[in-house]
Design a protein around this ligand. Structure first.
Ligand code: NDP
Length: 249
């Protein structure tokens, strides 16, 4: 029987690579998006996957999505990847409450809403499941000017643990993959020399790709990780393990 994987924010960047990786591994794949139906349709033509417009932070749209998935696929998801995320660049003293709320709404509330809805479906089918939250270096270190984002990813670190604790008895494993500097269309816009700048301080001397994230996500989704839950896997080329030296700043 086919396994069903759900990827939030699957239209672009890391999420798009995750959709492709799950499809290549034989999963049925459902992914969500908000902004660009054309990009979703192009992905549907590239791999066997179906896009669903769904705002991760919408408390009515998210449960409705999982009802639609049951009608469409006839089963609960086997895997959920909470990938949808946004960033605001602003210092604490200038950050607007609107931006704070928007980031928390997508990154943290979205993770909660999808986890709750997917877990209810998994429990109804009695087959367990795997949930993987996409974190960040901000799970453990604070990035200046990423105030709301840092707080949201710190929340994801703890939400991963409490979800693992509460859902473990249902056979649902919950883990987090925390990417380092991953080159994609969004990060390339952060600076023209994004890859060179981050490679310099990454022990493996390069930036990562969406494929670098997909391997560990598939591992945590699958039977090889059947006794792993509540963990964060740093997929960062060593970036967040390395202390900065005084002569670098
Ligand atoms: P992208 O901006 O390419 O991807 C983010 C995705 O989230 C988009 O596809 C976007 O969809 C979707 N999204 C945004 N808001 C919502 C919402 N309300 N509901 C549903 N989907 C939404 O960035 P990345 O691929 O780089 O980021 C993916 C994840 O990886 C994020 O959680 C990010 O924090 C994390 N990450 C990335 C790193 C990197 O270096 N790239 C490093 C560390 C963590 P749409 O386009 O339709 O709005």
């Amino acid at each position: 029987m086919a396994r069903l994987a759900v990827v939030t924010g699957g239209n672009t960047g890391i999420g798009r690579d995750l959709v492709k990786a799950f499809a290549a591994d034989g999963y049925e794949v459902a992914f969500t998006y908000v902004a660009d139906p054309d990009a979703a349709h192009s992905l549907e033509h590239e791999v066997t996957a179906t896009g669903f417009p769904c705002d991760a932070g919408d408390e009515e749209a998210v449960p409705a999505l999982y009802e639609t998935l049951r009608e469409r696929f006839g089963c609960a998801p086997d895997v959920l990847v909470n990938n949808a995320g946004i960033q605001t660049w602003a210092p604490l003293l200038e950050l607007s409450v609107e931006r704070w709320d928007a980031v928390m709404r997508t990154n943290l509330r979205g993770c909660f809403l999808n986890t709750q809805a997917a877990a209810r479906e998994m429990i109804a089918d009695g087959k367990g499941g795997a949930i993987i939250n996409i974190g960040s270096g901000c799970n453990k270190v604070a990035f200046p000017n990423l105030v709301d984002y840092t707080a949201s990813k710190g929340g994801i670190e703890q939400f991963t643990k409490i979800s693992a604790v509460e859902l473990g008895s249902h056979g649902i494993r919950v883990n987090c993959v925390a990417p380092g500097a991953i080159l994609n269309a969004r990060t390339a816009e952060e600076s023209p020399d994004y890859a060179a700048r981050w490679s310099r301080i990454t022990p493996l001397a390069r930036v990562g790709t969406g494929e670098d994230i997909a391997g560990p996500v598939l591992f945590l989704a699958g039977p090889a990780a059947s006794f792993v839950t509540g963990q964060t896997l740093w997929v960062d080329g060593g970036l967040f393990t390395r202390a900065p030296w005084a002569d670098e700043v």
